[in-house]
Every structure is written in C-alpha cells, then in structure tokens.
Design a protein around this ligand. Structure first.
Ligand SMILES: NC(=O)c1ccc[n+]([C@@H]2O[C@H](COP(=O)([O-])OP(=O)(O)OC[C@H]3O[C@@H](n4cnc5c(N)ncnc54)[C@H](OP(=O)(O)O)[C@@H]3O)[C@@H](O)[C@H]2O)c1
Length: 324
C-alpha cells in the first residue's frame, strides 16, 4: 500500500485526485497548499485526511511514500529536489523541469537516493495511445514518414495567468507544445536531427504561439504546433507508407482511427468516466512496488531527450526565462 501526498493543490491536482480513486492499493493521504484554507478545502473535497499549509510539515510526514508535484513549471525542479531529499518517490507534472540541465541534476539525485522519479506524461499510459503504438509496431501503416500534431486553444490574456507569466515558466511550448513534441519523439524513438521554429510572443514575454518543423534521423518529417492564443485543429496524424492514423485531442486520447486505402478501423477507449490520470498513477505504483527507480515508458532518458528538444526549440524562437 503506497501513500501519496500532493504538492500544489491547483486545477490538475483536483483532476488527478478524482481519478486516483480508481487506483487500488494506494491512497492520497495528504495535500499541501501555501494557503491554510485552500489546503483544507482541497482535502475536504477529495476526502484526503491531512491538509498541510507548511511545506516542512508536509515533507516531514514520514507516512508519505510518493509525492505528486503539481505546481507551475518554474517550481518543479526545486520542489522535486526537496521531495527526493526528504526520501520520497516523485511523480512530477510536465514539463519535468525548465531545461535539460535541471532534469539531469534531478535524475542524479534520485539515483543517489535510489528513489523513483518520473515526469507525468500521462498520455503515454492511455489505452488509446497504447493501441496506436501497437498498430505502428505491427506495421499496419508501414514505415512512419511524417507526423503532424497540434495543441492550441484560446487562453486567458490576464498577465497574471500561469501561462502568461514568464516567472512561472509560462508560454505555449512548455505547457501544450510539449505534447506534440513528445509524441513525435516517442513514435520516432529519437530526437530531431534538425529543427526550425517560429514563435509569436505575448506582451508578457512568453511564446503565445510556436510553430515547429523538424526532421528525425530516420527521415520522418514533423509539423508540431502549439498555441495559447488560437484554437488549432488539435489532432495527431501519423502518416506511414501504407496508411495513416488519426488521434483527435491526442494528449487525452479517447479514440483513434486507422485508415488504410478505403478501410477504416476505429478504436474507442471510453476512458472518460474519469479523466484518465489513473493509468499513469497505477504505472508509478507498479514500478515502485517492483523496486525500480524509473519507468520503462517514460524513462529518465526519454525526459532528458524531451527537455533537450524543447531547449533547442526555445533557442530557435529565442524564449528565455529569467528564473533559470
Ligand atoms: N497532465 C495534465 O493533463 C496537465 C493539465 C494541466 C496542467 N498540468 C501541469 O500541472 C502543473 C500545474 O498546473 P495547474 O493548471 O494545475 O496550475 P494551477 O491551477 O495554477 O495550480 C498550481 C498550484 O501550484 C501551487 N503553487 C505553489 N507555489 C506556487 C507559486 N510560487 N506560484 C503559483 N502557484 C504555486 C498553487 O497552490 P497554492 O497557491 O495553494 O500553494 C497552485 O494551486 C503544471 O506543471 C502544468 O503543466 C498538467
């Protein structure tokens, strides 16, 4: 039985806690928020027994085995290090850190402590995405030739909003652009050989829209786009030499379609009785119970390569965070 604690009682933490009720042999026993009232309210609404508003008390709770970090981006590295230092296993929201160097430092610490740590790339644990990988690996669409993926929506223009705020690591690329990029890396099992990207910046100095084209060592072309300013057609399309696969709203994929000539095969997972965060949480529990310090699906190498790809895209568009 693993006991979990939540660090950062915001929007995603609420969804995660709701889905966690589907995870067997594990329980969320504590949550930390900076504000006492907020911590209490969060715990009441999710039936969590221990509400903490002092970080030290949360980290010193020896009953907590695993910490789920769900703070804004810029805080991830610092909070994950604190949790590991306190002897906790960690599942940290995406992007794992602000850059590759921070990620490497964390994995080194986790290795020293022999603790499990993983970036919360929940998409890679969804049944629909597992199905899409099985179609690709069975050669159903032949060799992958090209990938298109967009994640864009019309967001808030309030400069204090998490995604508009450079101090919190805001912007489209790290928040939503990470999904198209991670899918392209995952399906190509590599990082891009070449990257071209353009960014449109908000008045607050973060990327509101980033459009990327890249080519992988196997020759695959990718067009990967992200926005917090415009509502893109948010579909992943994997084009192969024999056909294609389409996955609408792929980061929370509930269905996928395989199209080969005139033949159409549809997979529907119907996961959204809840959101689908239970799959990554179950995977983390299994990995920890098995005594491993990394998960084979979202390995430390995968996260380092993903951060490296994002660093290179940021370099292309000139996205710099003063807080780094
Ligand atoms: N996997 C997914 O599908 C998914 C979806 C959405 C977001 N996310 C990720 O989850 C993380 C949080 O996103 P969110 O949408 O849940 O954000 P949010 O609603 O703003 O929640 C973040 C929480 O972090 C806490 N926090 C601690 N220190 C903070 C600081 N210095 N400044 C601001 N907040 C601070 C805040 O709690 P207190 O003020 O109470 O301390 C806040 O409630 C991000 O990394 C994001 O990329 C993942």
């Amino acid at each position: 039985m693993l006991n979990w604690g939540i660090y950062g009682a915001g929007a995603i933490a609420g969804k995660f806690a709701a889905d966690f009720t589907k995870v067997e042999d594990a329980k969320i026993i504590a949550a930390y928020a900076r504000n006492e009232e907020k911590a209490k309210l969060f715990c009441e609404s999710h039936v969590i027994e221990r509400a903490y508003h002092l970080e030290e008390d949360f980290l010193n709770d020896t009953d907590i085995d695993v910490v789920y970090v769900s703070t804004p981006h810029a805080l991830h590295a610092e909070v994950v290090k604190k949790a590991l230092t306190a002897g906790k296993h960690v599942l940290c929201e995406k992007p794992f850190t602000l850059n590759r160097e921070q990620a490497i430092e964390i994995f080194k610490l986790a290795d020293e402590k022999q603790l499990f740590v993983m970036e919360a790339l929940w998409t890679l644990f969804l049944p629909t995405i597992t199905k899409v990988f099985s179609w690709v690996e069975a050669g159903r669409i032949g060799e992958i030739k090209a990938i298109e993926a967009n994640f864009g929506f019309i967001g808030n223009t309030d400069p204090e909003w998490r995604l508009m705020n450079p101090k919190l690591g805001g912007g489209a690329l790290l928040d939503v652009g990470i999904y198209p990029v991670l899918m392209a890396n995952a399906f190509n099992k590599s990082v891009p050989e070449s990257i071209k990207a353009h960014g449109h910046f908000t008045k607050t100095g973060v990327d509101g829209t980033t459009f990327i084209t890249c080519q992988y060592p196997n020759g695959t072309m990718a067009s990967l786009n992200a926005s917090i300013e415009v509502d893109l057609v948010n579909t992943l399309i994997i084009y192969g030499s024999k056909g294609r696969i389409e996955v609408p709203s792929f980061w929370m994929a509930d269905s996928a379609t395989l199209i080969i000539d005139e033949t159409v095969e549809k997979f529907e997972a119907n996961i959204f009785e809840k959101q689908g965060y239970q799959y990554e949480a179950k995977a983390v529990c299994e990995a920890i119970e098995n005594g491993t310090t990394a998960h084979r699906i979202v390995s430390h190498e995968f996260t380092i390569e993903l951060m490296e790809t994002l660093d290179r895209i940021r370099h292309e568009i000139g996205l710099v965070y003063d807080v780094e």
